[in-house]
Structure formats: structure tokens, C-alpha cells
Write a protein that binds this ligand. Structure first.
Ligand SMILES: [Fe+2]
Ligand SMILES: [Fe+2]
Length: 265
């Protein structure tokens, strides 16, 4: 079976380019599970319940996030009262599983694809150059041990390539794919690890590449040159959809191939 994982959607340019491409990519490759990282979908900062609805309408099965998950307060409200055993859309919006206990939402979703394959999606966040989470390696082990599904997709949201590569090896043979998000720069290291886990350090942003990782270039340059604070705005130019296409055995969950995708206008 084929799985498509779309990297961090950034702003309206990112939403538009994903709207343009995700349908034909899924149709061409007979994609059975579509996971989208949506942490920057709302103007670069967080995701609103309405934008999440639009992404589910495009065919997303599960949305993942990261450090920007709480940027839009209404999402926190939206996730507050969702029961753990629900399959409604709000239950399929994940935040990192290794955040502090007691926060709204969930970091794991277990479902069944249209053709009846059980799957799980796990969202984790790194700790190198990032704050606010518990040990992602221990969390990964605890979570994966408790999952029944064989097809398991892990979004590891992290800054440091070393921590992400390490997570790939940590989970090799235990999950179908470990896909990095957060840096907004796609890495050229996609491969299937020896144990049968598809891996890519960062899938890359689905957003405007005439920018500094999604933000208007001049605004970021001004901050770097002067050290002064200033409002960041999402750029629009040269949008690309970055994604990883993973082929796996639906029964064993072992990956057989991973392909890097970057599509523009
Ligand atoms: Fe991001
Ligand atoms: Fe992030």
C-alpha cells in the first residue's frame, strides 16, 4: 500500500499548492493513507479548525503538528473535549505525544484505511534546540509497544538532523516510516533502513520557497541585520508541495520504498 506524507504546510501559498497537487498525486499512486503536517497552515503560525476542515476535505486522514500547534488559541479549544476513542476529524488532529501531560489533544491516532488496513500515526517532537517536551526516544518506545497496527507512520518534528537520524535508527524495524518535519528544508537522504523503516530527515515545507523558511525574506533579513523585533508575515512566492511517498507491505508494515516529491506551479 502507498502512504503520502506532506511536509509542513505554510500559509495560504502552501495551502494552495497542496490543493493543486495532492489530489492527482494520491490518484496516480493509489494512496491509501494521507498524512499532512499542518502546523504552519494558518498564515505560518498554527492551524485553525476551519483550515483543518479544508485539509480533511482534500482527503487527509490525519493532520500532524509541532511546536506551533498552540499558536491559534481556537485550536486548543477545538481539541479540548474530544474523547480518546473518537474517530471524528478533531480527534485526527495530532499534537506531539511527548508534550507535558494534561494538555488538550492527542499525539497518537489509530484508525483503519478505506480498504480495511489498521494503521497508526504518531507525532513526536525533539528536544535538541527545542523546549517543552519529554524524552522522545522513551516516548517512542512506550507508544510503539502499545500499538496493535503494523502500519505506523511517525512524524518526528525536530530541529537537529542528528536527533532525527537517531530516531530513525531507534525505530528501525518497529514502524513503517519516520519522517522529519519542522526545518522546512527537504533533505536528500530518503531511504529504507535495514529493518524496513522508511526514513527522511526532513520532508520539507509545503509553502513559498522565495522566503526564509516560509517568512517574507525582507522581514527576516531585517531581524538578522538589526536584532530588532518585528512582525513576521508569510511569503507567497514560488510555492512547492514537498512530500514523501512510501510504499509498504500492508500486512507486515515494512516499507519497501520511499520517494521524495517536490511539485511547484
Ligand atoms: Fe513547521
Ligand atoms: Fe515546527
Amino acid at each position: 500500500m502507498n502512504i503520502l506524507f506532506v511536509g509542513d504546510i505554510f500559509g495560504s501559498a502552501g495551502r494552495r499548492i497542496v490543493r493543486e497537487h495532492v489530489g492527482h498525486v494520491c490518484a496516480t499512486h493509489n494512496v491509501e493513507l494521507l498524512v499532512i503536517n499542518a502546523e504552519n497552515a494558518a498564515g505560518g503560525f498554527g492551524v485553525t479548525p476551519q483550515i483543518a476542515e479544508d485539509l480533511f476535505d482534500l482527503g487527509a486522514d490525519v493532520l500532524t503538528t509541532g511546536n506551533h500547534v498552540w499558536d491559534k488559541r481556537e485550536l486548543m479549544e477545538h481539541l479540548k473535549s474530544v474523547p480518546a476513542d473518537s474517530h471524528e476529524r478533531a480527534r485526527r488532529i495530532l499534537r506531539p505525544a511527548n508534550m507535558q501531560k494534561g494538555l488538550p489533544g492527542y499525539g497518537i491516532y489509530e484508525g483503519v484505511t478505506k480498504s480495511g488496513v489498521p494503521y497508526a500515526v504518531v507525532n513526536l517532537m525533539g528536544r535538541v534546540f527545542m523546549n517543552g517536551t519529554n524524552d522522545p526516544f522513551q516516548a517512542a518506545t512506550d507508544i510503539v509497544t502499545g500499538l496493535k497496527a503494523k502500519v505506523i507512520v511517525v512524524d518526528f518534528h525536530g530541529e537537529a538532523t542528528s536527533e532525527k537520524v537517531a530516531m530513525g535508527w531507534h525505530l528501525d524495524g518497529k514502524v513503517t516510516a519516520v519522517l522529519g518535519t519542522h526545518t522546512h528544508i527537504p533533505t536528500a537522504d530518503e531511504r529504507v533502513l535495514p529493518g524496513g523503516t522508511a526514513y527522511q530527515t526532513d520532508v520539507g515545507m509545503s509553502g513559498p520557497y522565495d522566503s526564509v523558511i516560509g517568512v517574507e525574506t525582507e522581514l527576516v533579513l531585517h531581524r538578522f541585520r538589526t536584532g530588532l523585533p518585528g512582525k513576521f508575515e508569510a511569503a507567497k512566492g514560488n510555492p512547492k508541495m514537498c512530500a514523501a511517498l512510501i510504499q509498504c507491505d500492508a500486512e507486515t508494515g515494512r516499507a519497501t520504498a520511499i520517494q521524495r516529491i517536490m511539485l511547484g506551479d
